[in-house]
Design a protein around this ligand. Structure first.
Ligand SMILES: *[C@@H]1O[C@H](CO)[C@@H](O)[C@H](O)[C@H]1NC(C)=O
Length: 194
């Protein structure tokens, strides 16, 4: 029991004792009075849902790659188990890399699945100072089955405007506009804020 509910429950008990005759007299009719226990949710403010939409760019080769491999398992591990990268990827408003940049995706990801192409993702989305979510961040931590076109990963927290955020990201690979050097993923992020 949390400490703040304790005095409430005590007051409720006192209330019941004081009004006991009242309750028993009304029970002489057909229906028993309903006694509502104080619920911890009664005073909870309604949660606000926010959706974010942006495009994520893995630049894997060329003059300015934004993804760097940091672990290269020496032997042929199943499905590349252990292969790990660090990224600092642009997030843009539209699918084109030259469209307005709204932030960066900074973090690590790697192969963590023996039986299929499953990756772990640990990404901080840092939103640009000049954008709508100025200087705020969201953290995503999840499993990414990269061979599926659409994946879901949890949003586990945030800072600034996104303090106490929780939610999920839907990521969709845009194969039609991606290449070996440049991979584009569309992100729809839904978060609930207190
Ligand atoms: C993301 O949301 C847009 C509309 O906001 C929708 O057109 C698109 O299909 C969604 N993508 C996914 C993968 O949910």
């Amino acid at each position: 029991m949390s400490s703040h509910s304790h005095p409430l429950r005590f007051l409720f008990l006192v209330f019941c004792l004081i009004h006991a005759p009242l309750f028993s007299s009304s029970s002489s009719q057909q229906e028993q009075p309903q006694i509502m226990l104080p619920s911890e949710n009664n005073n909870k403010p309604t949660q606000k849902l926010t959706t974010l939409h942006f495009y994520y760019h893995d630049i894997l080769q060329g003059e300015h790659p934004t993804v760097v491999q940091i672990i290269d398992p020496s032997n042929n591990t199943p499905n590349g188990l252990g292969t790990t990268f660090v990224m600092d990827n642009a997030l843009t408003e539209g699918p084109d890399l030259s469209s307005k940049q709204v932030g960066r995706a900074q973090g690590i990801f790697g192969s963590a699945s023996i039986h299929d192409r499953g990756m772990f993702m640990l990404i901080n989305f840092a939103f640009s100072e000049e954008g709508e979510y100025k200087g705020s961040t969201l953290s995503m931590l999840g499993r990414n089955p990269v061979m599926d076109t659409v994946r879901e990963m949890p949003i586990v927290g945030g800072t600034g405007l996104f303090r106490f955020a929780s939610g999920y990201a839907i990521a969709q690979s845009l194969w039609s506009i991606s290449s070996d050097e440049h991979f584009v993923v569309e992100y729809n992020v839904t978060i609930s804020l207190p």
